[in-house]
Design a protein around this ligand. Sequence first.
Ligand code: PHE
Ligand code: ZN
Length: 883
Amino acid sequence: MREGASPLIQRSDYQAPAYWIRTADLTFDLDGAKTIVASKLQIERNTDLPVQALRLHGEDLNLLRVLIDGQSVSFRHEDGLLVLDAPEANSFVLEIRNTIAPEKNTQLSGLYASGSGLFTQCEAEGFRRITYFLDRPDVMAVYSVTLRADKKKFPVLLSNGNLVEQGDLDAGRHYAKWSDPFPKPSYLFAVVAADLVAREQWVRTRSGKDHLLQIFVKRGDLEKTEHAMNSLIASIVWDEARFKLPLDLERFMIVAVDDFNMGAMENKGLNLFNTKYVLATPATATDADFDGIESVVAHEYFHNWTGNRITCRDWFQLSLKEGLTVFRDQEFSRDMTGSASARAVCRIGDVRRLREVQFAEDAGPMAHPVRPEAYQAIDNFYTATVYEKGAEVVRMMHTLVGREGFAAGMALYFQRHDGQAVTCDDFAQAMADANPSSHLATSLDVFKRWYAQAGTPRLTARGEFNAEAGSYTLTLRQHSTPGAAPQLLPVSVALFGRDGSAQPLQLAHESGAAGTERVLVMTRAEHRFTFTGLTGEVVPSLLRDFSAPVVLDDGLSDADLLVLLAHDTDAFNRWEASQRLATSRLLAAAASSQPTAVDAAYVQALRSVLRHPDLDPAFKDLALTLPSARFLMEAMEGVDPQALHAAREHLLDQLAEQLHEDWAWAWTAHQVREGYSPVPAQSGRRALANLALAMLVRDARRSGDTVWPGRAYQRCKDATNMTDRLGALTALVYAHAELAEPALQRFHAQFQHDPLVLDKWFMLQAGAPERDGKVFARVRQLLQHPDFTLNNPNRARALLFTWDTNPAAFHRSDAAGYVLWAEKVLEMDSVNPQLASRFARGLDRWRNLAETYRNAAREAISRVAAAPKLSSDAREIIDRALQ
Ligand code: PHE
Ligand code: ZN
């Protein structure tokens, strides 16, 4: 394990590699206890640089021998590197033999055991845990791989590329040879040796070529792979249609693995997936799980072009592939919905995640630019900023150059850089060069501040109506974080009359026909826009479809927001109005020491949304869901999580009571009677019905009613799909209903052999709204449950990560939450540092807490900091938190 304070790696220190590796010929004798790796590398000196020693990365390896051109050479170890004096020849063959111990590899990076199989994970720096190498993305080699293993234990042997040979060996062993024609960086290398079966499908792409698609899973899981296969085929079709990017591989494989640190990995031609993003049947997966599979399958598939064909020069450029690929998978998911309102529902979900997770990150100790400047452990920078904010940066480019312009920019990017390892600047330059008259090109330097500056910009908007002139002047001001320069903000805008009618947007100096929506582009701190030809007061709808990732202060009154909630033609801003109305009420209630009674106008507005004849049920579900405590905590200073939680619960209780009849109607009116399908037309109805049921069971606590809890219990028993079953169980557990216990027991008994469903059982209990300390007590109890383990990341996340993001169950006034947190960070760190450092981020925002919490949190973090043994992953997070 890498331990202690690793040196800080700086973006500005980048140097081209001193050597290139042209081909890698690897032979594995696979065995769980001891695997032998023989590596033969064709190496060339980079003659652009002065002659220097060959320094190879290696970690947790047992070195057996080193040969150069067949001769043994001397070597030394320096700072964790294997160093060989520069060979005489500019081109030579390096042969290395070493062993590794996959069964002891609990970090799940490099070659590791999961169940009875062996799997690799190499991004970002796992390849060096397999053999010595130049483990950096700008070194690209052509790989050929020979795998040898016991045939019974490991009947399936896979690596990247094409299978060129296979056969039997003596002593019950067999072998397979794979060769990958595409040069690739080591982080895209993969090997699988396991007892698996595959769903197979041949597809023909537009060029008329046939390709084999395979999804490998454990025996018994084949029937759960249909949705993943359909998603893969849809992704192939979409990328070819929208971006003219065809499948370039003869064979595309997906392998599902139980123990995996992340969601999935885009290894060339051999994607490895967390089972969570492959396996689904209506009986075991929810609508959200089906959507998750569709988007992750697409994401990894899209990486084949954006990530693999063009990769990153160094890890500071991570967003080059991740931001772009998230943007692409978001666009895909939106295109797949088939309706404008379902597209908006996707967008709302994406923005919700961005604001809850990324905005918090950007305001805390881990704040970093989309293109970071420095890191200790690169694993810590697979963040919401690099991924989600990175995707927003790409989305703003798309807004600025338009759909066609973006496609042209992508085409130019591939024309210039296919097969190369490049930078974020290269991407932005291609986009700008393909669209020379766009704001992107004319203000490229200002735009590129999005890559360089951390923090969420604030945008203030104030409007003034001049009745005499019939004009409306909108003043936009941006406030970047201290020290940061103004950024380029595309601000999509519309104006509505008080009656809800969309107004023409005619700027003072313009002539010609005016539309009712347009994008204003800010490049300076302040801009003023005057719209003319208006006949009355207007309500501005700004940042439509969330056109820039900023915090907006538009000073709108409740009356204005009610106009937008009733009439805005942009579904995102219509939803946003509902959230703003809720937020102001919740913040006021949290700040007051008295329980606050909710106002009738707000309740009536929610009722109108709920009963609206034309709105989509999925939209209604989102508009009627209160902003999360995580989101609200970012809108406050000196947060008292208990007070905030109490305020939120109290508002929910009142909405449950005052809208009781409406919820009852909603439940009945949105039952789905046709056969299950995870399509938006059904999932929206299920979501709204489940929300209604949760509110009705909540209200039963006040009224003493037993009918709704009884119905929920019945639904837990009879439901024919997981969305409804889990929805009903959630209603009972979240309301702390008496029937919650028997329902939980039943659920456990029924699904105890399905790990992914069991994760839901843990998650549900750890995520329940706190009440008299019961949820925290339950978390402690579940840590002792025979089904709990820290060795499986999904299970650890289901219980511990759900808990440390559950505000009132985690931030306790007696500090017991923080004490447990410190204990678990340390315990996890000795097993799996990557997982531990993610969990440790649960206290990122401790400085924003009210004093008593803050002091207790500081103490807990300091306790972790003082531990004698800490991985460099966890060390970086903890040190930053205390800085
Ligand atoms: N590159 C993967 C993705 O975004 C994520 C990942 C990173 C997986 C590191 C494993 C390790 O699809
Ligand atoms: Zn990715």
